[in-house]
Design a protein around this ligand. Structure first.
Ligand code: GLN
Length: 547
């Protein structure tokens, strides 16, 4: 049987529960334990797949095709393991299951209620991953903040488990904020006291309090929190702001969070933490030898979380190249043929982002054209690849109406078309082509050089694809389909061999980049951008010398 750790949050949202949970998991993993993390979200959507990125940030996709919360991305990036459908549960999914069972007659004669039916289903799912001896520890992050109406059934489920499981098999970590009041020059513990009290009123008693704070906590403050919140002083953990989320495991190691947890869970067999690779990554991240600027062309650029996995993949690939990657968000709607040169001239690489719908499309196409014509390294992901195909169709093949039927259903030049199997689908939720699919790479192509193999699998989230009726024309004119699905022939990768670096993929490589295994497409794109940067600098030097 696995042991269970629950991570709750108090006082305010956005304290970084996911990062604390992932950091604790990392430390336990580094000590030789088998760990996984799951997230329980209190909203009623069955999954975040239909949510606008403005509402919920990026939708993260797992190997098995679950559309999930972006915290699962952090779990995978920190732990270098795959998560699955079972690792993200929402209130919507819980209710859907219970209501389906009610319709089947599973509760005949009974009134179906939040307690026990909903809480039973929550508990069943909380324990699920720990049941087939795959993991020693299952960490569950509870979304939302203690005190929210919608979080109550989850807190109640944890309360019940506190009684049902042996004491040493369950632990609760509560993450709170200790605000610093400038006027009083003081750290304030009252919000934490209140949030722990609220948790205790619901019958859940935290074992560890992790305190986010912009100022260091002194021993007096720690003692006070311990006293009022009913935990041992050593179980009050300080979590200061970090320069990067990847430092948090080391900060938690310093605070001995892992040791406190191991002690309470009565785990006696564990190794010294092996964080060699992690620290190696951090060193490279902290002391880069060069700096490059990548433009990220998207339509949700004002929101950091909308492209979370892409930004993180650049951090991994940057460290691998010992190069700081500054990602400059550029709103696709702001780009026109008139201003594109001025807006993109200082870039060393251009990434056109995934997305849906019509808004900002022409700006993306304009950006692709600029990169294709000037030799600027280009990387298109999903919609970004589709835009590269449209641009090539319009400007090289002379297909005036080249478009995607997503934006223009009746276009004469449907170079991007809805996938055949998608045409029958009417329901929106969970019905895209999702998750891992194989791709065969053509030998001798850039993609082959990057991956070093001809067989890969990558994760997807789309309804549209390259229209293979045009394939011959494209390849004849110099755009090569270097990766295709072995069964259906669906084009997965396109590239331009006579461009210094131009590659687009229908899948989402960013979802598989981790600290310990940066994604090769990002690593090579950063390397190409760095070369571009160096060549530009050399040219500028020559001009200066000549003057
Ligand atoms: N909207 C496009 C499609 O559905 C691209 C999707 C994406 O970028 N994730 O095919």
């Amino acid at each position: 049987m696995a042991k269970y750790i629950f991570v709750t949050g108090g006082v305010t949202s956005s304290l970084g529960k996911g990062i604390i949970a992932a950091s604790l998991a990392k430390l336990l993993q580094a000590r030789g334990l088998r760990v996984t993390i799951q997230k329980f979200d209190p909203y009623i959507n069955v999954d975040p797949g239909t949510l606008n990125p403005y509402e919920h940030g990026e939708c993260y996709v797992t190997e098995d095709g679950a559309e999930t919360d972006l915290d699962l991305g952090h779990y995978e990036r920190f732990l270098n393991i795959y998560t699955s459908q079972a690792n993200n549960v929402t209130t919507g999914r819980i209710y859907q299951h219970v209501i389906n069972r009610e319709r089947e007659g599973a509760f005949l004669g009974k009134t179906v209620q939040v307690v026990p039916h909903i809480t039973d289903e929550i508990k069943r799912r909380m324990l699920l991953l720990g049941q087939n001896n795959q993991y020693d520890i299952v960490i569950t992050e509870l979304g939302g903040t203690v005190g929210d109406i919608e979080s109550l059934p989850y807190v109640e489920a944890v309360r019940q488990l506190q009684w049902e499981l042996p004491d040493e098999d369950l632990l609760v970590v509560h993450l709170t904020l200790i605000p610093y009041l400038k006027a009083a020059k003081e750290l304030k513990t009252k919000p934490t006291q209140h949030s722990v009290r609220m948790l205790s009123e619901n019958g859940v008693f935290p074992d560890v309090i992790v305190c986010r704070s912009e100022e260091p906590l002194n021993d007096d403050i720690k003692r006070k929190i311990a006293l009022f919140c009913n935990v041992k002083p050593e179980a009050v953990i300080e979590a200061p702001d970090a320069n990067t989320i990847y430092e948090v495991p080391l900060l938690m190691l310093n605070e001995q969070l892992d040791l406190i947890v191991l002690k309470k869970l009565n785990i006696t067999e564990f190794a010294e933490p092996d964080l060699t690779r992690w620290k190696g990554f951090l060193d490279k991240l902290k002391y880069p030898k060069a700096k490059i600027t990548i433009g990220l062309i998207g339509k949700y650029v004002e929101l950091q979380d909308a492209y979370k996995s892409i930004l993180e993949a650049f951090i991994h690939a940057g460290a691998m190249n010992e190069c700081k990657v500054q990602v400059v968000p550029i709103h696709s709607e702001s780009l026109t043929p008139e201003n594109v040169a001025e807006k993109l001239i200082n870039l060393d690489g251009l990434l056109v982002a995934p997305g849906f719908g019509h808004r900002g499309i022409e700006g993306k196409i304009t950006a692709v054209q600029f990169a294709r014509e000037t030799g600027l390294p280009f990387f298109g992901i999903c919609l970004g690849m589709q835009m590269a195909v449209i641009e090539f169709g319009r400007n090289i093949l002379g297909i005036k109406d080249a478009h995607s039927t997503e934006m223009q259903p009746d276009t004469e030049g449907a170079v991007i078309n809805m996938m055949e199997e998608q045409k029958k689908i009417t329901q929106k939720g969970g019905t895209m082509r999702l998750g891992a699919y194989p791709c065969t790479i053509k030998e001798g192509t850039l993609a082959h050089k990057i991956y070093g193999t001809t067989q890969i699998t990558e994760r997807h989230r789309h309804r549209y694809e390259f229209n293979n009726e045009y394939l011959e024309a494209y390849e004849g004119a110099g755009m090569v389909a270097s990766g295709r699905n072995p069964e259906t022939g669906l084009v997965e990768i396109v590239e331009l061999p006579n461009h210094p670096y131009f590659i687009g993929c229908q899948y989402h490589p960013e979802l598989k980049s981790t600290v310990e295994a940066p994604h090769p497409l990002f690593v090579h794109f950063v390397a190409a951008s760095r070369q571009f940067h160096d060549r530009k600098a050399q040219r500028a030097n020559k001009v200066n010398e000549a003057v």
